[in-house]
Design a protein around this ligand. Structure first.
Ligand code: ZN
Ligand code: ZN
Length: 141
């Protein structure tokens, strides 16, 4: 969780001017931890900022990704999802029933499978299946 002061500090560290919309975007992605799509970010922020345009939200997301504060997750072919970049590397689990995305640890020793001489910039590992809630529903049937 990042409070307002920490978020402003993070933006300063990454040389991003902390506009009110960028803070709202960062707050939503960093603190809700739902790995939202751009559309989800927009519709939520539009509740608090009725005058905000879709373009402003999309531009804010783009700026934060470019600055390395957020990262894009290509888990689904249909939409890009956003995650806080400033956290330990982790993998994701996507529930094929409810569509929620959960953080998972990376398996230990993952670095050992990279062949010598290769320099890793990013690791994207994701699992698909049913979350506990959906799994229990499907066995109830
Ligand atoms: Zn589910
Ligand atoms: Zn994540």
């Amino acid at each position: 969780m990042l409070n307002d002061t920490q978020m402003i500090e993070v933006l300063h560290q990454h040389r991003v001017r902390p506009s009110i919309h960028r803070l709202a975007v960062l707050d939503y992605v960093a603190n809700r931890r739902t790995h939202p799509t751009a559309d989800e970010v927009f519709s939520t922020i539009a509740v608090d900022f009725p005058t905000v345009s879709r373009t402003t939200v999309y531009n804010s997301l783009h700026t934060l990704v470019e600055a390395g504060v957020l990262r894009e997750l290509d888990i689904e072919s249909t939409s890009t999802r956003y995650d806080l970049a400033l956290q330990l590397p982790h993998s994701h689990f996507r529930c094929s029933c409810c569509g929620k995305i959960f953080d998972m640890q990376l398996p230990a020793g993952l670095e050992n499978i990279v062949m010598p001489g290769f320099k890793v910039d990013a690791t994207n590992l994701f699992f698909a299946g049913l979350c506990p809630e959906c799994a229990s529903k499907s066995t109830d049937n």
